[in-house]
Design a protein around this ligand. Structure first.
Ligand SMILES: O=C(O)[C@H]1O[C@H](OP(=O)(O)OP(=O)(O)OC[C@H]2O[C@@H](n3ccc(=O)[nH]c3=O)[C@H](O)[C@@H]2O)[C@H](O)[C@@H](O)[C@H]1O
Length: 434
């Protein structure tokens, strides 16, 4: 009773207390306070219940901002054996590489190329549902046939990453796991922070602590050039005007890489990919969903800039990108630190990996029309304010000089290969599509 009158005496809103004098009002207040107490107690109990009894095996995969809640099962003798066997180097002077995002578009191609030349490869992928996970599973099946095991897990899971380094002393990490897509950043900003910032930092934290430290090559993006209008884009140009949160997180990644290189002696190479396309590509990219929609007879939106200005991209074929990635791994110097301590200066690089011949999006559509033998229903619309920039164009002389990078596939040739794969994959021949 004492407690109640005490509660009763606490004004819910400052200044209100003195006005309430009638005993009737006091009774009402007593009831409403009891009701409030009961209500908040139930809310509190509910929260405790949610916190402690939420089933970890019931993730929320359709809400990527909550990906941190997802749990995966890993570990055990059989699992470790698979990890070891996948990462075993089978050629002289081969390297052992942890490929994050291995079930992704670029990750699958890079993993299979490394495996083909006898390197040890272990994949890591969260299989999130940003786009159709069945495509990721099909890529996984493809890699499994070549002897690459993909561990299912999140780059934010330190315990898992530490375990992987305990089992295998990876010489290199090819870090391709990321939240991709420029326009989606407006829909789900949290997923970009989760993967491209928190995930990257977590990975670097583990890499800096292990002994020996691996050399790291990772995917940055052409989008870091943002509103830069000096063409072609050179690594020396300004990258402080990102036009999307995606671009901002990739740019942040480059700065984070600088820090880990500076403090811990990690060898870090960032690759600025320019609109990569090809077989086994990403369904969220324009060339991919244009193909799907043209075949379905659905209209497609083609963006144009103000005053009918052309929107263009330096589309880069996947095989050229793979060569650039492998060359970056092969020329990466060793990290200089160990066990979290820097011993000397380490390599820090950034390269453009583009094609150096931008193509207007409307020309991309014309090529697809010819290859698919179907006329597109074109809906020309003004470039929405969604993070897209008007054009990209890579200066690749640095990559040419340092990596021997030389793209050889033009858009026409590359799209032909993509369309052949697309038709085979989606006409029921999913398994045959290679
Ligand atoms: O280089 C990168 O770093 C990025 O490349 C890719 O981004 P983008 O270059 O924007 O590719 P993509 O979406 O295929 O749009 C292609 C063109 O079609 C135009 N576009 C797009 C959609 C549409 O409906 N209409 C349209 O005209 C659109 O305006 C654009 O001009 C990756 O997705 C990204 O993850 C990142 O890696």
């Amino acid at each position: 009773m004492k407690q109640m009158s005490h509660l009763d005496n606490i004004p819910s809103t400052p200044g209100k207390f003195k006005m309430e004098k009638s005993p009737y009002i006091h009774r009402l207040r007593w009831h409403s306070s009891l009701a409030k107490l009961t209500f908040w107690s139930l809310v509190f109990l509910g929260l405790i219940f949610l916190f402690f009894f939420r089933s970890p095996s019931n993730p929320l995969p359709s809400d990527p901002s909550r990906r941190s809640l997802r749990t995966y099962s890993w570990g055990g003798a059989a699992w470790e054996k698979r990890v070891r066997s996948s990462a075993r180097v089978r050629s002289r002077n081969g390297i052992s590489v942890l490929v994050t995002g291995a079930a992704g578009f670029v990750g699958t191609h890079v993993s299979s190329a490394l495996k083909r030349r006898g390197d040890g490869v272990l994949g890591l992928d969260s299989f999130n549902d940003y786009y159709d996970p069945s495509l990721k599973r099909a890529r996984q099946a493809l890699l499994e046939r070549t002897g690459v095991f993909i561990v299912e897990g999140d780059i934010n899971d330190s315990a898992l990453l530490k375990k992987l380094f305990e089992v295998v002393a990876f010489t290199h990490v090819m870090h391709l796991a990321a939240q991709a897509g420029v326009r989606y950043a407006m829909e789900n900003p949290g997923s970009y922070v989760h993967s491209n910032i928190a995930g990257l930092v977590n990975l670097l934290e583990v890499c800096k602590s292990v002994n020996p430290q691996p050399a790291i090559v990772w995917a940055s993006s052409s989008s870091v050039y943002g509103l830069n209008s000096k063409v072609p884009f050179s690594e020396k140009d300004r990258t402080d005007q990102p036009a999307s949160l995606y671009a901002a997180t990739k740019k942040a990644g480059e700065e984070i890489a600088h820090t880990y290189n500076h403090i811990y002696g990690l060898s870090l190479t960032g690759l600025r990919f320019f609109t990569v396309y090809g077989p086994w590509g990403r369904p969220d990219m324009a060339y991919f969903f244009f193909t799907r929609d043209i075949l379905k007879g659905k209209s497609i939106s083609i963006f144009e800039a103000a005053n009918h200005g052309t929107v263009a991209r330096d589309f880069t074929y996947i095989d050229d990108i793979v060569k650039g990635c492998l060359a970056a791994l092969d020329t990466a110097e060793k990290s200089t630190g160990s066990g979290g301590k820097k011993k000397g200066p380490a390599q820090l690089r950034v390269f453009n990996l583009g094609n150096t011949s931008p193509v207007p999006v409307s020309d991309l559509v014309s090529i697809l029309e010819r290859l698919l033998k179907v006329k597109a229903k074109r809906n020309i619309m003004k470039l929405p304010r969604n993070g897209d920039v008007q054009f990209t164009h890579a200066n690749i002389s640095l990559a040419q000089r340092e990596l021997g990078y030389k793209p050889t596939t033009d858009l026409q040739t590359g799209l032909k290969k993509f369309v052949r794969w697309y038709l085979s994959y989606y006409s029921g021949g999913k398994k045959a599509a290679g």
